[in-house]
Design a protein around this ligand. Structure first.
Ligand code: HEC
Length: 192
């Protein structure tokens, strides 16, 4: 990345952290606050996610099996995983409320090197061409309670492939549009 790009990316993050500092958001520049619609979250929002309501990964639904079969080395094919949700939607919901955070962590390996993906419902029409209202994240455990944000936005940074699969987060999750872009069995809107 050129130094100029670094500066232009850092500036909006600083502006955003200044804005949320007053409400105890605890953001810092490493959170890489993404400009755009809706209500962004920062690393402290993921604190203690291991204690949230969770469901074991019982493998992909049939509809996604072909897509997943093509993934080599991505978090979705790295063995057993657990999906965590910060708040269950009210019964009868047809979408997840703004503020919902879902984290998916692979169960095996050292805590700090486990692959972790997340999605947060920002609302406001964020990412209108993709999983509308959701922002994607990759996280890293710093310890059992705290994470850092590796990247965030409407997909991984340019040039980063997804386990060699050209499919993007949005490509695959579009297949779960009827469940508000969430695939995990156990997190069907009808199950809450
Ligand atoms: C090849 C298809 C595919 C791709 C590409 C993909 N996902 Fe998923 N994702 C799934 C499936 C299927 C599940 C649920 C079952 C599983 O993980 O085994 C899932 C689950 C998740 C979950 C848990 C909540 C949910 O929707 O079930 C998160 C968070 C998530 N993925 C994030 C991401 C991010 C971030 C990316 C891009 C870096 C991404 N996914 C790319 C297919 C995909």
């Amino acid at each position: 990345m050129s130094p100029t790009a670094g500066i232009s990316r850092a500036l909006p993050a600083l502006v955003v952290s200044a804005l949320v500092a007053g409400c105890g958001g605890g953001a810092d520049a490493s959170d890489g606050g993404t400009a755009g619609a809706g209500v962004p979250v920062y690393a402290p929002a993921f604190k203690d996610f291991h204690s949230w309501a969770s469901t074991p990964g019982v493998g992909p639904p049939d509809a996604a099996a072909d897509l997943l079969a093509a993934v080599d080395g991505g978090a979705h094919s790295m063995g057993p995983m657990t999906a965590y949700i910060n708040a269950r939607p009210p019964p009868g919901s047809t979408s997840f409320p703004v503020g919902t955070i879902i984290v998916k962590e692979v169960n095996v390996g050292e805590l700090t090197t486990r692959k972790i993906f997340a999605m947060q419902k920002r609302g406001g029409g964020f990412d209108p061409g993709g999983a509308v209202d959701w922002e994607w994240f990759e996280l890293q455990n710093l310890d059992a309670d705290n994470v850092r944000i590796v990247w965030r936005g409407n997909g991984p940074p340019n040039g980063e492939t997804y386990g060699g699969n050209p499919a993007t987060c949005n490509d695959c999750h579009a297949g779960a549009k009827t469940n508000d872009f969430v695939w995990t069995m156990g997190f069907e809107l009808s199950s809450f």
